[in-house]
Design a protein around this ligand. Structure first.
Ligand code: NOJ
Length: 557
């Protein structure tokens, strides 16, 4: 396996709207990010991924871009962006941008032109189709509810939008579109950015006959077999790689919902003809039910072990993994996979961090995860801001598929706003995020859970993350070692072994709030064994270890 700097890196994700407000308008901004770069540096990460800061009407908080080369006014100016980039580079931090090119905003100049007439030079930049039998061109549903097709009266045709109707899909079949995207990417690389996180990149190629999807009892057909890992996606990414990516030393990660092992091996192959790695979704889809992610069901540990192990072992030597439990689309990891009750929150947040950071791949930390920030548990729909949550709440409850009460519980468990409440910097009003009421409420627990408090304490979640990141820098076995699942059938424990050269690492994680017993393998007994990290300050290690609730233990020989 080739050694690469991006395989040894840890990435920190910033969601700008909720990170730090520097100008008292209740909205996070670029200057706010610059102010907090020292904090990120102190954590020890190498790379910062910034969710979209481009000009946008913000129908989907910036994932609907109206100008790829301009900064959203609420977030600041291009000069402020340049200052932020320089400051990051001075601190030794790399910066990766979110590349959102499956779709633009309907307010993007290209779409404004495209919708003017059927013969406009930009018409073919988007996916226009005529009606079929007096209805939409096919039965696909959009991710944020409703049909994936929007009718345009002026030209009597429909355009495709896999997300909101304000996010029309670009037509990647058109060489001009690809060239525009590549030119824009090159422009950002020339500016000195260090890579891209590519939004829903597995969806850019669609089956051109646009067949109906299966209904599965839902209101709309599931079109995903016809647009996820579509027929030309690898060809497009290879072209992108040849024309842009290969000219720079970048880190690239593709968001790839629906990606399989076989596909991931193509996207993130060791020869680097496409991307460095992808975000797969299997582990964050465990427990999904009839209404997709809208469920209160918790994950099953056996399932989690199976999925994680599959990705660890099947990509081994063939492609590189990304490692994550949370991001701006997922609930807070400690609430979902750990336990956010006061007595277990810190210890379980540390256990989860150990689980991810000791695996092979590049770990991603989502802002606030390093503090063990929790779900918001807002109980009124008026408190939510996310277009997905609001649209689906309306759609599912009005169609009678679920009651309002049940749906609120699902949103509390799985809604995206759980991750989008303001970063908790200190215990002052609005958690030090802003001096005025923020665009979305602060989590009520900010007085107890905040960065200022954790920086004062040597045993905080923040300090534990720091240590994990440091270990990755010191031990090659952590990024590069081979992975083997241990204790496959254990009901409480997730344990795995890593091997590299003559070294071995044993990671033992109790995923429950009860004590858990395990018998250590002989090779991990004796004086030569070192405990690299533990969330309980464990001193004595016996053959029969009894792990405390949510205990994490890493042994090294
Ligand atoms: C994935 C992004 O992470 C999410 O926030 C966004 O809503 C969709 N893609 C559409 O761009």
């Amino acid at each position: 396996m080739k050694k690469k700097w991006w395989k040894e890196s840890v990435v920190y994700q910033i969601y700008p709207r909720s990170f730090k407000d520097s100008n008292a308008d209740g909205i996070g901004d670029i200057k706010g990010i610059t102010e907090k770069l020292e904090y990120i540096k102190e954590l020890g990460v190498d790379v910062v991924w910034i969710s979209p800061v481009y000009d946008s009407p913000c129908d989907d908080n910036g994932y609907d871009i109206s100008d790829y080369k301009a900064i959203l006014k609420e977030f600041g100016t291009m000069e402020e962006f340049d200052t932020m980039l320089d400051t990051a580079h001075h601190l030794g931090l790399k910066v990766i941008m979110d590349l959102v090119v499956n779709h633009t905003s309907d307010e993007h100049r290209w779409f404004v032109e495209s919708s003017k007439s059927k013969d406009n030079p930009y018409r073919d930049y988007y996916i226009w189709r005529t009606s079929k039998n007096g209805k939409e061109p096919n039965n696909w549903g959009a991710s944020f509810g409703g049909s994936a097709w929007e009718y345009d009266e002026k030209t009597d045709m429909y355009y495709l939008h896999l997300f909101s109707r304000k996010q029309p899909d670009l037509n990647w079949e058109n060489q001009k579109v690809r060239d525009e995207v590549f030119e824009m990417m090159d422009w950002w690389c020339q500016k000195g950015i260090d890579g891209f996180r590519m939004d829903v990149i597995s969806m850019i190629s669609k089956v051109q006959s646009f067949p109906d999807g299966e209904l599965n009892g839902g209101l709309y057909g599931n079109g995903s077999p016809y647009y996820i890992n579509g027929p030309r996606v690898h060809e497009y990414l290879q072209e992108m790689n040849q024309k842009v990516l290969s000219k720079y030393d970048l880190i690239t990660v593709g968001e790839a919902a629906g990606v399989t092992i076989e596909e991931a091996i193509k996207y993130a192959n060791e020869n680097e003809t496409e991307l460095n790695m992808v975000f797969q979704f299997e582990h964050v889809s465990i427990g999904d039910g009839e209404l997709g992610k809208w469920t209160t069901k918790r994950f099953d540990l056996q399932e989690l072990k199976k999925v994680m192990t599959k990705w660890q072992t099947k990509l081994q030597g063939k492609a590189w993994n990304s490692l994550y439990l949370g991001n701006h689309d997922q609930p807070r990891s400690v609430s979902r996979f750990g336990n956010d009750k006061v007595e277990y929150r810190e210890v379980s947040a540390k256990m989860l961090a150990t689980c991810i950071h000791m695996m092979q791949g590049t770990p991603y930390i989502y802002q606030g995860e390093e503090l063990g920030m929790t779900n918001a548990y807002f109980d009124k729909i008026e408190e939510y801001r996310d277009i997905e949550t609001l649209n689906i709440y309306e759609e599912l409850t009005s169609s009678g598929l679920i009651s309002k009460e049940e749906m609120m519980k699902c949103i509390q468990a799985r809604g995206r706003d759980n991750a989008r409440t303001p970063m908790q910097w200190d215990d002052s009003e609005y958690a030090g995020f802003s001096t005025v009421k923020p665009w979305i409420n602060v989590n009520k627990n900010y007085k107890r859970i905040n960065a200022k408090e954790q920086l004062k304490r040597h045993d905080s979640v923040f300090r534990y993350y720091q240590k994990l990141i440091q270990l990755r820098k010191e031990y090659d076995i952590i990024p590069y070692g081979d992975y083997t699942l241990m204790e496959e059938d254990h009901k409480q424990i997730f344990a795995y072994k890593r091997e590299y050269d003559n070294n071995k690492l044993l990671v033992i994680l109790n995923f429950t709030d009860k004590e858990a017993q395990m018998s250590l393998p002989e090779e991990f007994m004796g004086k030569h064994v070192k405990c690299l990290i533990s969330n309980y300050d464990r001193q004595v290690i016996q053959k029969n270890v009894v792990l405390m609730p949510y205990e994490a233990l890493v042994l090294y020989i």
